[in-house]
Design a protein around this ligand. Structure first.
Ligand code: PEP
Length: 262
């Protein structure tokens, strides 16, 4: 029997907060968010805050994720941080975020190598995929989802697919984009079904039923409940609404409420 999938609420703080500010903010969150067996809250601060927060954090309450890293384990790569250097600080790694793909020109090959490096070092990759506005208007949503998934998982074996989380983040729905608009539940349900279909083709039916799929894109405390109720959606990747305690804590509470009802 397939065991019920956990709910994940991931806070992507992006390039915000100094280490001191991150620490104060974590302190505020930890007073308001109680540990839960069903809802895993994951914080992704910027890289300079990972080490101090890893000492401060109660790991029953929160886990940490890296927003980025370089896929080689060590060597002459000035300015980069390897996932092996992050081991011990983080349990998860966000990979293939659209800001990395489109601002920093990260290639599909880089992304596949990062997924492999995270797995090699015992971290759970959170692989972000999603079509651009132009791909959607050209009717290429399904093709884009398929190619990002197939390329990103290129190095992942059948044994390791259960260790991956997929975040469906249509680029046009991410709040930092000009003209961002929230995705419709029907579009998200269709996308998660496509993702499960591809996973089934690549790794088999059980893998497709077990894999966790999150949604990300302009989620706030008013819309979180609706998104979390979409069939096949196992959590949220939250950007701007994760930077303020009130909306973020409300999103976590909503997730706990929905999980307890199921
Ligand atoms: C993101 O960048 O992953 C994201 C979901 O951002 P926002 O919630 O601000 O749209």
């Amino acid at each position: 029997m397939i065991s019920p999938r956990k709910t994940y609420i991931i806070a992507n703080w992006k390039m915000n907060f100094t280490p001191g500010e991150s620490s104060l903010y974590l302190n505020r969150l930890s007073k308001r968010i109680t540990p839960s067996r069903n809802v895993q809250v994951i914080l992704a601060p910027s890289i300079v805050s990972l080490q101090p927060l890893s000492l401060q954090i109660n790991r029953r309450q929160f886990k940490l994720a890296a927003q980025n890293f370089y896929w080689r384990d060590y060597g002459a790569f000035t300015g980069e941080t390897s996932v092996s250097q992050l081991r011990g600080f983080v349990d998860y790694a966000i990979i293939g975020h659209s800001e990395r793909r489109y601002i920093f020109n990260e290639s599909e090959e880089d992304i596949a190598q990062k997924v492999a490096a995270a797995l090699r070092n015992g971290l759970t990759p959170i692989l972000c995929i999603g079509e651009t506005a132009m791909e959607r208007s050209d009717g290429e949503t399904a093709a884009s989802i398929y190619s990002q998934l197939a390329n990103g998982l290129h190095e992942v074996s059948k044994e390791d697919i259960s260790k991956i989380i997929i975040a469906y983040e249509p680029v046009w729905a991410i709040s930092s984009n000009k003209d961002a608009r929230p995705a419709k539940p029907a579009d998200i349900e269709e996308a998660q079904a496509l993702i499960r279909k591809h996973i089934s083709k690549l790794y088999g039916k059980t893998a497709s039923e077990e894999i966790s799929i999150l949604y990300g894109g302009s989620v706030n405390s008013d819309t979180a409940g609706g998104y979390l109720s979409i069939r096949g959606i196992d959590g949220l990747l939250v950007g701007s609404a994760s930077l303020i305690a009130d909306p973020f804590c409300a999103i976590v509470e909503t997730a706990k409420g929905i999980k307890n009802e199921r």
